[in-house]
Design a protein around this ligand. Structure first.
Ligand code: F6P
Length: 320
């Protein structure tokens, strides 16, 4: 009987998860494994939502956002009795290795399963790009592009009305998504949790723009940094301008994965299977200088993701 491995997606979905699932399944089959898909993340692991996947099960998904395996947040996985149950459910199915695609919270589940004798390999899939050790996570690039497309549209209406727009983007407690999108769209100001902001300075920049007949301005705010409606009020107290707020929300999590995310998902999915075959465990796939590396999962909790302050200052210098 061929050995079995399984794959699940957990936490918030991210464009590129499907290419990663496809790669796990197809690489797994080509290496002689049977591959089981676990639906609804750890919740499905606890309630045994297992389906065997064949080569055709992952056809026609490489271009689709979301995750064909469905996902869920499963706070129950923090309880030791559930962690025991999850490991027992895998052992009862003779599943020797598990690929977990998700963010930092999902990685914690991998450690608990590893401690219970299950080999685990994690793949970073989150639009937040907040996993220490990898330069980028699956889903980040697509989400940045989604924000750019939204800003392009906002600029049309902002220019027509000569307004200032404040745009809130996701990222949880981390500002990298706002920073990357802000630099790429030439936002006039970027507000992130990692860097103290000064609304006198932000308002001064806006005013200078207005005084030189600038048609509009965009302020990009990371959701973890500040309340966008409060920022609007504070700026209105300082300058006389029309300001509108847009909260982009879950639009950022959807959409067909970009080429970058398809490549990343495909490479990391295949690498995860290779690592399981080599008998490795408790590692996650990371990309550094164009190469896929395997790093200990526990190390990604040790340090906060380094925030690229140089990019922040570059964005600040380039948009006046
Ligand atoms: O972690 C991804 C993310 O989209 C964050 O940016 C955001 O704060 C959170 O998930 C939203 O979670 P939910 O979809 O559970 O509301």
């Amino acid at each position: 009987m061929a050995p079995k491995i399984a794959v699940l997606t957990s936490g918030g979905d991210a464009p590129g998860m499907n290419p990663a699932i496809r790669a796990v399944v197809r690489r797994g089959l080509s290496k002689g494994y049977r591959v089981v898909g676990i639906q609804r993340g750890y919740a499905g692991l606890l309630s045994k939502q297992f389906t065997e996947l064949e080569i055709g099960s992952v056809a026609d998904i490489i271009h689709r956002g979301g995750t064909m395996l469905l996902t869920a947040r499963a706070p129950g996985m923090f309880q030791p009795e559930n962690q025991d149950q999850a490991a027992d459910n895998l052992k009862a199915e003779d599943i020797e290795g598990l690929v977990i695609i998700g963010g930092g919270g999902s990685f914690r589940g991998a450690i608990t399963l590893e401690e219970r004798g299950i080999k685990t390999i994690c793949i970073p899939g989150t639009i937040d790009n907040d996993i220490t050790g990898t330069e980028v996570t699956i889903g980040f690039d697509t989400a940045v592009n989604t924000i750019l497309s939204a800003v392009n549209k906002l600029r049309d209406t902002a220019t027509s009305h000569e307004r200032i727009f404040i745009l809130e983007v996701m990222g949880r407690d981390y500002g990298y998504l706002a920073l990357a999108a802000g630099l790429a769209c030439g936002a006039e100001s970027i507000i992130v949790p990692e860097i103290e902001y000064d609304l006198d300075e932000v308002s001064g920049r806006l005013l200078r723009g207005i005084n030189r007949q600038k048609a509009h301005s965009i302020i990009l705010v990371a959701e973890g940094a500040a309340d966008v409606y409060e920022i609007k009020k504070e700026i209105r107290d300082r300058i006389d301008a029309e300001i509108r707020v847009t909260v982009l929300g879950h639009i950022q999590r959807g959409g067909s994965p970009s080429a970058v995310d398809r490549l990343l998902g495909s490479r990391m999915g295949a690498a995860a299977v290779d690592l399981l075959q080599e008998g490795k465990s408790a590692l996650f796939t990371a990309i550094r200088e164009e190469k896929i590396k395997a790093l200990p999962v526990k190390d990604c909790f040790d340090a906060a993701s380094p925030f690229p302050e140089d990019l922040y200052h570059l964005a600040h210098d380039l948009s006046q």
